[in-house]
Design a protein around this ligand. Structure first.
Ligand code: ADP
Ligand code: MG
Length: 255
């Protein structure tokens, strides 16, 4: 794989005595759609949170768009990242969490315009135009003036996706985006993500327990357990003909 947009190079992550990621090597190509599956507690969220700079790492190097994330280059040396470097790196990424995490006191429109105005320096009218386009894309053009508590969980999660996209990230991270939803609301959120997966340039990293959905939208599925990738491949291979016993056991338990 030439020029991955995400690269974990021998990354270790420990919380006190617990090793969550153990010498992890993991790459995602530009534009690739990758799903991470694995048992609860296996480090899936930690991988996304590290990319989002919500967690630090204990060992190794993480690269985003060719630049070290938790370090800065100074000549040939890598030194710990400054706040400014982290801020700049964060711009490459948008994240959607299990819990929708909207700003409760702001209208839907304002949820989408706040960061583009403050962080990207867009004018209010540019930010509003962009927000309306995105709300239209997630099927919520008529909900712009509502507040989050007036929306269903599925609508809130679609706003959260639009809000992340408003920052024009190159990489979208989804951490179990439908697992907090009532079953009848899962489909509308999956439909939006499915549509994004058709965008050639957008890189997507998804954690989900919805195996059928993973199969539909991913180029590659990675099974992680014990802090390492145990098996990976195209979904049709990994789901129908897993090579490792651990993968088989896991799939048998969830499918
Ligand atoms: P997953 O998303 O695969 O269920 P996580 O990445 O959330 O797993 O967590 C992996 C492991 O790291 C779990 O054992 C969890 O308890 C532990 N962990 C995660 N965050 C913290 C933290 N802030 N402090 C201590 N332990 C943590
Ligand atoms: Mg998790």
């Amino acid at each position: 794989m030439t020029d991955p947009i995400i690269k974990f190079d021998s990354v270790g992550k420990r919380f006190g005595a617990i090793t969550v990621l153990d010498d992890l090597d993991f790459e995602v190509a530009n534009g690739e759609k990758v799903t991470i599956i694995g048992p609860s507690g296996s480090g899936k969220s930690t991988i996304l949170r590290i990319l989002m700079t919500l967690e630090t790492i204990s060992d190794g190097v993480v690269y985003v768009a060719g630049e070290p994330l938790w370090h800065e280059r100074r000549g040939d040396a890598l030194v710990p990242a400054s706040e400014a470097h982290l801020r700049e790196m964060r711009r490459h990424l948008g994240m959607v969490f299990q819990s929708f995490n909207l700003f409760p006191h702001m209208s839907v429109l304002r949820n989408l315009t706040e960061a583009p105005v403050r962080v990207l320096g867009l004018s209010k009218s540019e930010a509003r135009d962009r927000a309306r386009e995105l709300l239209d894309m997630v099927g919520l053009a008529d909900q712009a003036e509502k507040f989050p508590h007036q929306l269903s969980g599925g609508q809130q999660q679609r706003v959260a996706i639009a809000r992340a996209l408003a920052m024009r990230p190159r990489i979208m991270l989804f951490d179990e985006p439908t697992s907090a939803l009532d079953p009848e609301l899962v489909g509308e959120v999956q439909a939006v993500i499915r549509r994004l997966a058709e965008e050639h340039d957008l890189t997507m990293l998804l954690v989900t327990h919805e195996m059928r959905f993973a199969r539909e939208i991913s180029d590659r599925v990675c099974f992680i357990d014990g802090g390492r990738i145990r098996e990976q491949g195209p979904p049709e291979e990994l789901f129908t003909d897993p090579k490792e016993e651990r993968t088989r056991d896991f799939l048998q338990a969830v499918l």
